[in-house]
Each structure stands twice: as structure tokens, then as C-alpha cells.
Design a protein around this ligand. Structure first.
Ligand SMILES: Cc1cc2nc3c(=O)[nH]c(=O)nc-3n(C[C@H](O)[C@H](O)[C@H](O)COP(=O)(O)O)c2cc1C
Length: 190
């Protein structure tokens, strides 16, 4: 069993990272191997719009340090997507990643999309925001869950929306960290 985390926060010791690491701890405690892509430190580019993935299904022609992680989405058992909210939306690093996921959406005859990701996987979300209301960025979070998870055929194991981060840092919130560990376990326990 393998759980892959896509960490789009530039801060390796920030809120998103603390919650992702707790999820990975939970997954490891349940017997998984884990890996993490820290997008900000990868030499990666956004989608170049070449459309080669419209004919070469499931393969992104942009070869860089994100490539092995895009491949790992097809073989992992559980996927964690984590990011902070920047300027009312998911941060730019996460948007670059989701754009690259276009390669995992082969075209469907007659319109729409299929998925290049084999069935039977689960995903979880971590979102951290400064604003206190967890509902404030609901539409952006629904978009993230759709494009990076359910749209690719993965089933959601749970999500942590960490609000009011300046008053209540995630690393000091034992209840939230415990919830994250439990979601991590659910990513691989059937
Ligand atoms: C450039 C920038 C833009 C931000 N924009 C928002 C925002 O629109 N709404 C919000 O609630 N918090 C915003 N924040 C605060 C972060 O979402 C918050 O500090 C979050 O906990 C950071 O996560 P991290 O610790 O994983 O980096 C912003 C922070 C930065 C640096």
C-alpha cells in the first residue's frame, strides 16, 4: 500500500505540512509506505498546452521533476492533496499541479472525459486558511476535490479544513492532528 501526498504549501513547517504529515503518520501506522511531493522545491512547470495527452492518453509530455509523481498517481492506493488558500483561491503551486493532471483525463468519445487512474483509490484533502469561516472558500475546495480527486475516479476518505490559522496553528491543535491521522488510516483501510 502506498500513500502519496501532494504538498502545495511553500512552507515545509507550516500548517498544511503539519496536517499532511499527520495524515501520512496515520497511513504509515496502518501499514502504508508514504511519499511526499513538495511542489515548491520541485523543478516543475505548468501545462504547456501542447495537447499531446489528447492522443497519448495518461501521459504528460512535459518532462520534469513532477513527472514521477504524476505517474505515481496511477499506482498509489491513496492520495493526499494539501494547500493553503492564497488570494481567495487554492495557491498557485496547486493550480499548476491540477493543470498538469489534464494528462490524466483522456477524452471520452462524444464529449467529456474518462480517467487514466485505475479504480479503487481514495483521496483526502488538507486546506489551511487565515480566515475564520470554514465555509468561506467552499467553492474553491469543491473544485479541488473534483479536479484532483473524484473527477479522476477516487473516493474521498475525508478532509481537513483548517481555518483561523494565525490564531490557531495546526501544529498545536491536537484534535485536528488526531483527525488528520484518522483520515490517513482511512485512506488505506478497506
Ligand atoms: C500570499 C498569501 C495570500 C493569502 N490569502 C489568503 C486568503 O485569501 N484567505 C485566507 O483566509 N488566508 C489567506 N492567506 C493566509 C494563509 O492561507 C494561511 O496563513 C495559511 O495557514 C498558510 O498555510 P501554510 O502554513 O501551510 O503556509 C494568505 C497567505 C499568503 C502568504
Amino acid at each position: 500500500m502506498h500513500v502519496l501526498a501532494i504538498n502545495a504549501s511553500p512552507r515545509k513547517n507550516g500548517n498544511t505540512s503539519a496536517l499532511i504529515h499527520a495524515m501520512l503518520d496515520g497511513a504509515r501506522a496502518a501499514g502504508a509506505e508514504t511519499s511526499e511531493a513538495h511542489l515548491h522545491t520541485l523543478n516543475m512547470k505548468g501545462c504547456m498546452g501542447c495537447l499531446s495527452c489528447r492522443t497519448k492518453h495518461g501521459v504528460c509530455a512535459q518532462k520534469d521533476e513532477l513527472s514521477p509523481f504524476l505517474e505515481a498517481i496511477k499506482t498509489c492506493d491513496g492520495l493526499i492533496l494539501g494547500c493553503p488558500i492564497y488570494m481567495y483561491r487554492v495557491c498557485g503551486q496547486m493550480k499548476l499541479f491540477i493543470d498538469r493532471c489534464y494528462s490524466l483525463y483522456p477524452p471520452k468519445e462524444g464529449g467529456g472525459y474518462l480517467t487514466a487512474v485505475p479504480a479503487g483509490k481514495r483521496f483526502a484533502l488538507v486546506v489551511s486558511q487565515g480566515a475564520p469561516g470554514v465555509e468561506q472558500y467552499e467553492r474553491s475546495i469543491r473544485w479541488l476535490a473534483g479536479m484532483g480527486g473524484s473527477g479522476l475516479g477516487l473516493k474521498e476518505a475525508g478532509r481537513i479544513i483548517h481555518a483561523d490559522s494565525h490564531q490557531s496553528p495546526a501544529a498545536k491543535n491536537e484534535a485536528l492532528l488526531g483527525e488528520a491521522r484518522a483520515i490517513g488510516r482511512r485512506l488505506i483501510t478497506r
